[in-house]
Design a protein around this ligand. Structure first.
Ligand SMILES: *Cc1c(COP(=O)(O)O)cnc(C)c1O
Length: 238
């Protein structure tokens, strides 16, 4: 390992330890066991060399939000034992291709994606874990974030659950910018309670990022998606 790699490894080790401590503290504060909350490290904009170091430091789940970047990075990491989470916006004509490398697609937000994801899962020969992304935008906001409206969740969830090659595992959400995350995640917990009546085995709840993981964990998150707090600020796109 050269000096630059060793320095980066030490940096990631420190930031990972502090994020893990935050997750554990938040779980305990919510009266939950720390083992109930899993960490997905969001590696978008960072190179495959960082993914390699993260695996070396015990990370087993990484998240990406841009299809082409994820394709390239996954191709450089085929020797690693990793679960790839696709957490980004998805065009329906790319859905089958995402299923080729993703172990979990967290951003299923409309019916048009279901057939393509299912076809991709069938082609690779194993079922694909899916989360339905729920919009938490306040009803009057005009909607800046992706996600199915709570009113349309049941139909989309049934469609994923009924597909032979897809496995409905739970829900994903992003707190809207500028709103108190406690308010947004309170709505999420309500939506989830109704969803679990119909899909009692789909218990994953992916919510919480670097800025709001404590709030998400207090409202039931089972998976947090952390980028900046582990890897540092992302480069600015020009
Ligand atoms: C980038 C991203 C994250 C990570 O955000 P940080 O603030 O860097 O922790 C989580 N979820 C989604 C959907 C993202 O796009």
């Amino acid at each position: 390992m050269n000096a630059a790699t060793a320095t980066r490894r030490a940096e990631l080790e420190t930031s990972l330890a502090s994020v893990r401590t935050r997750v554990e503290d938040a779980a305990r504060a919510a009266g939950r066991s720390p083992e109930e909350v899993a960490l997905t490290v969001v590696t978008k904009f960072f190179p495959a060399s960082d993914v390699r170091l993260l695996v070396d430091l015990g990370v087993g789940d990484v998240g990406e939000n841009r299809h082409q970047e994820a394709v390239d990075k996954a191709a450089q990491c085929t020797d690693l034992d990793l679960r790839w989470h696709y957490i980004g916006g998805l065009q329906s004509n790319k859905a089958a291709a995402v299923a080729a490398y993703a172990d979990v697609v967290e951003s299923v937000d409309r019916l048009k994606l279901v057939a393509g994801l299912g076809r991709g899962a069938d082609q690779r020969g194993r079922p694909l874990d899916c989360l339905v992304q729920v919009s938490l935008d306040p009803p009057d906001s005009g909607g800046q974030r992706a996600g199915v409206l709570p009113a349309d969740l049941a139909e989309l969830a049934d469609s994923v659950a009924d597909h032979a090659h897809l496995r409905l595992r739970g829900l994903m959400a992003v707190a809207p910018l500028g709103e108190d995350p406690d308010h947004a995640f309170t709505r999420l917990a309500e939506v989830r309670a109704g969803f679990l009546v119909e899909h009692p085995d789909a218990t994953m709840l992916s919510a919480g990022m670097s800025g709001d993981l404590e709030s998400a964990i207090s409202h039931g998150a089972t998976h947090v998606r952390i980028g900046r707090a582990v890897l540092g600020e992302r480069p600015v796109i020009k």
